[in-house]
Write a protein that binds this ligand. Structure first.
Ligand code: ZN
Length: 357
């Protein structure tokens, strides 16, 4: 069963008849439920939501009774039916591991990942059983009195604790989870607009502080993207991973040689691994072969013969797009050049203009 089918089934059996038949006081609740149903990315997310709605704690006041009174299926019956129909798809849930640094998420998706289906809190504790697996933290950067702000842009965040009614207790579950997070990742999402949160990265709690009026805040510092063995680590984009390497490289190059040598002496020879998400373009093989034919074994920039031959005897040249596909350049013979590897690298990394034949 796919998610569209599952959503339609629940909408048809629950929301549509209930909106038509139940008294108007249920309208707001039903529309809220419909929004969450429509936002569930995976079948398992929807199954879990219905389970929660149908247990007595999660159920909106009197909704089950109202459904029964109108001879509509109860939430519990719907939940059971969906679980049955979903089969193995009921195990497909949205998880922290699917989050990608640099991408934007709605408050709904974060609440669904957390399994709370409640978009209000600024902090979500993602639990596996009773254990907190990860903390999702939605930070709004504003100019207010208690303004979260970057102490070092993108790296160190000043983050105000949860402080209902001005009481910033270290014992509140949200605040304690941050303070005691240890090696558990705190995923920081910066709010850009209503319902638009960008995942900045994984952070570590450093310290907490108190303002003179009793407001409390913590400093959180960003962990490197490739910090290995963390099972709840988020996926990163290739661009961010590369940007981080360039940043570290710039720092390494101005490090005194003896300091660098000391770091190298204790460095792990085994590189960390990280799951990377990126976009690849499906290129037209006919464009590549037509351009190679046109070049006839010579670089179309420096006009030297290809530097070596492939195992099949053909001259080695690389087909380059004058306007990059990533910049919406067309994948056409006219937009492509066959280049020797030196010219190709120079166009991408050298001082020469990025385009031109
Ligand atoms: Zn060349």
């Amino acid at each position: 069963m796919d998610i569209k089918t599952a959503q339609q089934q629940v909408l048809d059996r629950l929301i549509t008849p209930a909106l038509a038949q139940l008294p108007p006081q249920y309208r707001h609740t039903l529309i809220h439920i419909r929004t969450l149903i429509e936002r569930c990315p995976r079948v398992g997310d929807l199954c879990r939501y219905l389970e929660q709605l149908s247990d007595r704690q999660g159920e909106p006041d009197g909704l089950s009774e109202a459904l029964s009174a109108h001879k509509l299926p109860t939430l519990a019956a719907l939940s059971a039916a969906l679980n049955e129909a979903a089969g193995s798809a009921r195990d497909e849930r949205s998880t922290v591991r699917q989050l990608v640094v640099g991408q934007h998420y709605s408050a709904y998706v974060l609440a669904i990942i957390a399994g709370t289906y409640n978009i209000q809190p600024g902090i979500h504790l993602v639990k596996s059983g009773q254990t907190i697996e990860a903390i999702l933290l939605k930070a709004t950067l504003t100019d207010g009195k208690y303004a979260n702000q970057w102490l070092v842009p993108g790296e160190t965040l000043k983050y105000y604790f949860y402080g209902p009614d001005g009481v910033y207790s270290r014992d509140h579950a949200f605040n304690r989870a941050i303070i005691e997070s240890g090696t558990r990742p705190i995923l920081v999402f910066i709010k850009h607009a209503a319902n638009d949160y960008e995942l900045i990265g994984r952070f570590r709690y450093e310290s907490d502080h108190e303002d003179p009026d009793g407001a409390r805040w913590s400093t959180l510092t960003r962990l490197p993207f490739a910090s290995g063995a963390d099972p709840a680590g988020a996926v990163v984009t290739e661009e961010l991973l590369e940007a981080e390497l360039q940043q570290k490289l710039a720092r390494s190059r101005i490090t005194a040689p003896d300091q660098r040598a000391a770091r190298l002496a204790i460095a792990s020879p085994t590189p960390d691994r990280v799951v990377v998400q990126g976009i690849r373009y499906v290129r037209n093989a006919d464009v590549i072969s037509a351009v190679l034919e046109r070049a006839a074994g010579h670089c179309e920039r420096c006009h030297h013969p290809a530097p070596f031959r492939r195992p099949d005897g053909s001259p080695y040249l690389e087909v380059h797009h004058k306007i990059r596909l990533a910049d919406n350049g067309p994948d056409t013979v006219a937009n492509a050049l066959a280049l020797c590897p030196n010219c190709h690298r120079e166009l991408h990394y050298g001082l020469a203009p990025a385009t031109g034949a």
